[in-house]
Ligand binder design. Structure first.
Ligand code: NAD
Ligand code: MG
Length: 362
């Protein structure tokens, strides 16, 4: 068992990581004193883990543990699911002092978190993330929200959870492809500012893909600590937090260009990080040996290292031009000086970007 704290003053909260934590009432008990919790999950995760979590909560509250199971999928991270949650909370007569628990991947965490941020002007919530991506990324940092037909994550709020409970055993039922997608964000933390972690990942990537519990617990804790440090320095993304977008501008172009859902987010940003590395190398920043190490690690993690065929440089340019990281007309990118040293910059030779697009896209 590992515990770390996200340091945000009076909104600080613990992240507990370990095997079987969905059964561990000792972490939930302090938050439940005289309060009531309800659970939001989905139709995939519910049948797997809802009963376990319910049984853990049952002795901690007088009333039955009510739960809402939403349909599964990014397309349901929308206003109508949010309304379903509000209706459920009102029917349950959930009070301002009560608690909401998100049990599931990033979709459930984001939408339930936003419901908690806005229901009765804000109630406490707990994250019980069950995908690798949600355990290392979306459950840390307090961004919550839903999609709008005109844009992903366009409606939302910053609302920090009171507790994150990560049960590494839940990853045993996660499809391989989803596990690999989560590993893309894990590797990202090594690339941003943790070269030691990157080297550790090179040695333990097979153990992680085999879901070795100790390796997973270490990688998750280290990722959360890396993200928590960046978030603590810049909660509202005025500066440093933008480093977490490494590979994401290229990655979003891939997701948009392919149509959402064709590639998982983690797959798109793995290829996106390789594009950022290629550009960084052309600028004379990162060396070729490091770029090969990146390519080898992403491949070993089961991730793509080049963008999909069929996305032209022109299409990339068009999509990236409307990316939200364009500030005052200049495209800002996260680039690499080396493994473990990323920078946000708008100051790069546009010719080199052209060369990267020409070289890597079909
Ligand atoms: P997801 O929530 O859609 O989960 C992926 C799939 O795995 C789903 O089908 C889900 O039902 C299933 N699943 C979840 N846990 C499982 C388990 N233990 N066993 C078997 N199946 C399981 O996707 P995700 O990758 O977890 O999250 C993606 C979402 O997170 C996106 O909406 C993205 O915008 C958001 N996100 C938010 C932040 C943030 O800071 N708030 C950061 C990154 C991503
Ligand atoms: Mg991401």
């Amino acid at each position: 068992m590992e515990t770390l704290t996200v340091e945000l003053g009076d909104r600080s909260y613990p992240i507990h990581i370990g095997r079987g934590l969905r059964h561990a009432s000792e972490y939930l008990a302090p938050l439940l004193q005289g309060r009531r919790a309800v659970i939001i999950t989905n139709e995939t995760v519910g049948p797997l883990y809802l009963d376990d979590l319910r049984n853990t909560l049952m002795p901690l509250q007088d009333q039955p543990v009510a739960a809402l199971q939403l349909a599964d999928g990014e397309q349901y991270k929308n206003l109508s699911s949010l309304e379903q949650i509000y209706t459920f909370l009102l029917e349950q007569r959930l009070e301002r002092n009560d608690l909401l628990i998100a049990l599931g991947g990033g979709v459930i965490g984001d939408i339930a978190g936003f419901a908690a941020a806005s229901y009765q002007r804000g109630i406490d919530f707990i994250q019980v993330p069950t995908t690798l991506l949600s355990q290392v990324d979306s459950s840390v940092g307090g961004k919550t929200g839903i999609n709008h037909p005109l844009g992903k994550n366009m409606i939302g709020a910053f609302h920090q959870p009171r507790l994150v409970l990560i049960d590494t055993d839940t990853l045993n039922t996660l499809p391989d492809r989803e596990l690999s997608a989560g590993l893309a964000e894990v590797i990202k933390y090594g690339l941003i500012d943790d070269p030691e972690f990157f080297a550790w990942l090179e040695k333990h990537i097979d153990a992680l893909r085999a879901r070795d519990p100790q390796a997973l617990a270490f990688a998750i804790a280290r990722s959360c600590a890396d993200k928590a440090r960046v978030v603590a320095e810049d909660e509202r993304e005025a500066g440093r937090r933008a480093l977490l977008n490494l590979g994401h501008t290229f990655g979003h172009a891939i997701e948009t260009g392919m149509g959402y859902g064709a590639w998982l987010h983690g797959e798109a940003i793995a290829a996106g990080m390789m594009m950022a590395a290629d550009l960084s190398q052309r600028l004379g920043w990162i060396d070729t040996d490091s770029v090969s190490r990146m390519r080898d690690l992403f491949s070993a993690a089961g991730l793509p290292v080049t963008p999909p065929a069929g996305l032209s440089p022109a299409r990339f340019r068009d999509i990236m031009a409307v990316d939200k990281k364009v500030q005052r007309g200049r495209l800002r990118l996260v680039l690499l000086h080396s493994i473990g040293a990323a920078t946000v910059t708008a100051d790069f030779d546009a010719q080199c970007l052209e060369q990267t697009l020409e070289a890597l896209t079909a």
